[in-house]
Write a protein that binds this ligand. Sequence first.
Ligand SMILES: [Ca+2]
Ligand SMILES: [Ca+2]
Length: 359
Amino acid sequence: MLNCFATRLLRLSPALLLMPLLNGCGSNHTEPTPAKPLEAASDPGLEAARLTTPPGMVLLPGGSFLMGNPKIPDARPVHKISVSPFYIDTTEVTNAQWKKFVAATQFKSFAERIPSPEDFPGIAPSNVPPEMLVAGSVVFAPPNHPVPLEDHLKWWSFVAGANWQHPSGPDSNIDGLDDHPVVHLTYDDALAYCEWAGKRLPTEAEWEYASRGGLEQQSFLWGNEKNPKGKRLANIWEGAFPWRNLEIDGYSGSSPVATYPANPYGLYDMAGNVWEWTSDWYHHNTYSMPDRATVNPVGASESFDPQEPHIPKRVTKGGSFLCNDDYCIRYQAGTRGRGDPYTGTNHTGFRCVKDIPKK
Ligand SMILES: [Ca+2]
Ligand SMILES: [Ca+2]
């Protein structure tokens, strides 16, 4: 069942808010604690789980960490959270992996389906404009000159025919991009893949715990220096957003997964490349809610984004190849994004997690 309420709004006015304006860079925090990836477990059950880790995943041992970012209004206060052990994909799901899923299931992603007038709750079917009844997705289409950063419609467009196989529109393709992250998928699309694979989407807490790799409250996932020894450690945007990308990190768009170094837990692209869906509803006050769980939190019971209160959203994490210090610093550690679950874009993907089988 298509829930096109948000898509309806998008098609009328692409209200994305996937790149919120946030200025300011990281400052120093506490010294990192040594990372402790699970190389062996004293617990016999956990050790058995480690020895049967599914291909392409790692077993994270679980534990406590400081979640959040004191500089980001919706990511504070920083608070202690504990998560249980779980498996997580080492990379974003790739085009090659998605192709296998489609071959096995003939799954049609949201962007590949033509909506019907009945798919637009709140509008009488006879009043749905024909231009809304097209399959497509939202594509980054930058201008070639500076534009005010307040108006994201200057660089986002709904493109008929854009989908995971045609990331920039019907004339584009993914030839040679098998190892790039699959994009243009909605939350439900991502969920369908994970369930087919016997997995699930991560909670926001699991994702952040995994992203930090055992480092405590660092500005970046790799430490407090953005480019240590001049090295680029994530695929983000470098240059004047959104019109001039200097590609110092080698890519203006997505990069093959695992192009940049893994974090201490062996996970790639937890900062940048593409945003990643999590299972939590987005609420701007999640972290300060009195009933916020401190063990395995699953997020707010309902969504609220004060900038678009009429659109329920899911939390996204990690930022993308469009993040930069002038406009969106949400590739940095402990930050949060949010997305309309029924809107795919060419800079949002996902990875899955898996529970440890119970004995
Ligand atoms: Ca880049
Ligand atoms: Ca990513």
